[in-house]
Design a protein around this ligand. Structure first.
Ligand SMILES: [Zn+2]
Length: 97
């Protein structure tokens, strides 16, 4: 592994703590808003292999936010498809004439 790669991986493993976040009794970082863990422990073997025992995970409010974004994106994509089909249908009609 190159040093840069290791740095990148380690950066990915580091959870950015918000001011309201706190460390729970289990040593994991908790979200100050929804009070669910923002970190999770790797299985023992993985932790030994990586030399790192925790990885970031989504807390409840982050997950909610992501799902919201995804469904908005889904709706937009659906509209695009409908428009595209309409447009194509229209082109077919003009070609038939
Ligand atoms: Zn949260």
């Amino acid at each position: 592994m190159t040093e840069l790669f290791t740095d990148t991986v380690l950066n990915m493993m580091t959870t950015t703590a918000e001011p309201e976040d706190y460390t729970g009794e289990d040593g994991l970082l908790y979200c100050g808003k929804c009070r669910t863990a923002k970190e999770a422990y790797f299985p023992k073997e993985t932790a030994a292999w990586l030399g790192h025992d925790k990885h970031p995970t989504e807390c409840d409010c982050q997950r909610e936010k992501r799902l919201e974004c995804e469904s908005a994106e889904e709706r937009r994509r659906h509209l695009d498809t409908v428009m595209e089909l309409k447009r194509r249908g229209f082109t077919d009609l003009t070609m038939q004439e």
